[in-house]
Design a protein around this ligand. Structure first.
Ligand code: ADP
Length: 564
């Protein structure tokens, strides 16, 4: 039954109870009132008339007005005959009264009047008693019926009081339990109500909603799983090795390349604390320890492969939630670089012979035995010689560089005098310096200890410093070259008063092919300082630069002294 019907029936029933009780009460009261009215009208009035007539009779015949008074009351009595036998008695009363009026000495008539008045009185008094009995019966009957109806209604109302709150509250508590379950993401919750009313409709709607949510959650889960598989596939297809960690360095995932390189199985290490895994795995240890972006040489794919490590921090709203280490496979670039180096080495080597023969030819041309040259021809010849020198320098730099890149630096380390190296270098750049009127001052204290060095390569570095100093200094300026002892090392420095180098370029100055932007000198390759660094570091030394824009630069290197 619908809740609305139940409520209507309940309230309707109460309404009916009120109506029934009201009508029944009104009917009962009205019946009692009718009985009372009837007693009053039919009997009480008759008693009044007969009383009046008795009074009048007692005054007769002396009081003449009593005749009329008797007559009036008798007439009213004749109009108010209600009880059986009353009509007969009243008729007899009239007969005897008429006889007594015509003959007041008729004693029999007088006595009869008394008798019939008494008779009328008795009839009415009996009637009053009878009617009183009927009224009390009616009241008793009404009380009984009201008690029965009240008991029945009280039982029904009691059952309503007991059952009705449950009809409303039970489904509501079922529904609120269901809603709480949904709020806690328990989408399997269903509500089954036995009744067929608005609450069961609500429960059905709830079940449909829960089913839809359940379906949605499962489909979202399926989509997330699908996306996960797709991302895993993409990561596994990559040529770079990728390992993911959580913020506490537990391994979350590793792709196939990473597994192959480390020799680990993803399933076995997932969830493990990475430093624990690193205890038994060299590569993992290197990956966790070394934060630099240095190249890693690893044997992979049946050959030596090169990787660069990159640490990517995973952040969520500024908070670090994990880290991904990517080992970028740079083997193809390495191979290309190697090919380039080999090509440069071959070309520079092959160029050296023709350039040398150009120089030789130029020298022969200058010989008077070959023939005299006029002034212009001599200038052209000088220009050929300068360009041949520059070409030779460039090819030798390229050759040096290719040696450095292939790791083929051949060092001839032996004890060498610092003064000898400085003299050799100054001599080599003297001609260039003179052309720019630059004075090279040498400050080498006497008694400097010998150093452990490859003389040729160390001179090469100092020559490179001096060439640059001359190149980037204005005419008529000073360049100072000095050697000094500091601890167990001898330092060589070249100071110029040129335009200096911007501080921001200093860290890149020793990089290969780097030239300070805005350098007007076109002839440079940007390799000199890079080669110098390699040469000095290969000998166990250190190299540095200090420079201020507008004030000049100071390049230096140090090498160990010979140990006794
Ligand atoms: P390059 O053959 O171009 O001279 P280097 O490696 O010797 O190559 O020098 C790299 C760059 O450093 C130069 O291009 C130049 O811009 C800058 N540089 C080197 N020495 C000096 C110096 N003494 N003064 C100013 N700039 C210099």
């Amino acid at each position: 039954m619908r809740l609305k019907t139940k409520l209507s029936l309940g309230i309707g029933f109460l309404f009916l109870v009120i109506v029934v009780f009201g009508i029944f009460g009104m009917v009962s009261i009205s019946r009692l009132k009718d009985d009372a009215d009837r007693v009053l009208k039919n009997n009480y009035e008759t008693l009044v008339y007969s009383n009046n007539m008795l009074k009048a009779l007692n005054s007769l015949p002396a009081d003449t007005s009593a005749w009329q008074f008797f007559e009036t009351n008798l007439r009213q009595q004749e109009q108010n005959i209600t009880e059986p036998g009353e009509k007969e008695a009243t008729f007899r009363l009239r007969q005897n009264f008429d006889r007594y009026r015509s003959n007041p000495s008729d004693f029999l008539a007088f006595t009869n009047i008394h008798r019939y008045l008494q008779r009328i009185n008795d009839l009415n008094q009996e009637a009053i008693l009878r009617k009183n009995r009927i009224a009390s019966d009616t009241a008793e009957e009404a009380t009984t019926w009201m008690a029965i109806i009240f008991t029945a209604l009280a039982l029904i109302a009691f059952s309503l009081v007991v059952n009705f709150p449950g009809i409303i509250s039970n489904p509501i508590s079922h529904l609120s339990a269901g809603i709480s379950a949904i709020a806690n993401k328990d989408y399997s919750k269903r509500i089954h109500l036995p009744q067929k009313d608005e609450f069961s409709d609500l429960a059905n709607a709830f079940n449909i909603m829960a089913e839809k949510l359940d379906e949605y959650e499962h489909s979202t889960l399926a989509r997330i799983k699908f996306e996960k598989t797709r991302i895993e596939t993409v990561i596994n297809q990559m040529r770079d090795a990728i390992i993911g960690f959580d913020e506490k360095r537990h391994i979350l995932f590793m792709n196939t390349v990473a597994a192959a390189l480390t020799g680990l199985r993803e399933k076995e290490v997932t969830g493990k604390y990475a430093p624990d895994v690193a205890l038994k795995n060299d590569l993992m240890r290197t990956l966790l320890q070394n934060d630099s972006r240095a190249e890693l040489k690893i044997f992979a794919d049946g050959k030596e492969s090169y990787f660069i490590k990159e640490n990517i921090e995973v952040r969520n709203e500024g908070e670090m939630i994990g880290e991904v280490i990517v080992l970028r496979n740079i083997t193809p670039f390495h191979e290309l670089d190697e090919a380039k180096t080999n090509f440069i080495a071959t070309v520079s080597h092959e160029l050296k012979t023709p350039i040398s023969s150009i120089k030789m030819s130029a020298k022969l041309l200058d010989d008077r035995r070959v023939g005299n040259l006029n002034k212009e021809q001599q200038e052209l010849l000088q220009s050929i010689r300068d360009d041949a020198d520059r070409l030779l320098r460039i090819t030798s730099e390229l050759l040096n560089m290719s040696q450095v890149e292939t790791g083929n630096i051949q060092l001839k380390i032996q004890p060498a005098q610092p003064s000898g190296i400085v003299d050799q270098a100054v001599q080599a750049v003297q001609f260039q310096a003179q052309q720019k009127n630059i004075n090279i001052r040498t400050v080498v204290p006497a008694g400097l200890p010998a150093i452990q060095a490859d003389t040729e390569k160390t001179s090469w570095v100092l020559i490179n410093f001096l060439t640059n100093a001359v190149k980037y200094s204005p005419e008529l300026s000073d360049v100072e070259v000095s050697a000094s002892i500091s601890g167990d090392k001898v330092s060589f420095t070249v100071k110029d008063h040129g335009r200096g180098i911007d501080e921001k370029y200093l860290p890149r100055l020793f990089d290969r092919y780097f030239k300070v932007p805005g350098t007007f000198e076109k002839s440079g390759t940007g390799l000199g300082l890079a080669i110098s660094k390699e040469f000095i570091e290969a000998q166990g030394g250190a190299i540095w630069v200090e420079s201020n824009i507008g004030e000049g630069s100071r390049f230096g290197f140090s090498l160990p002294v010979v140990k006794n």
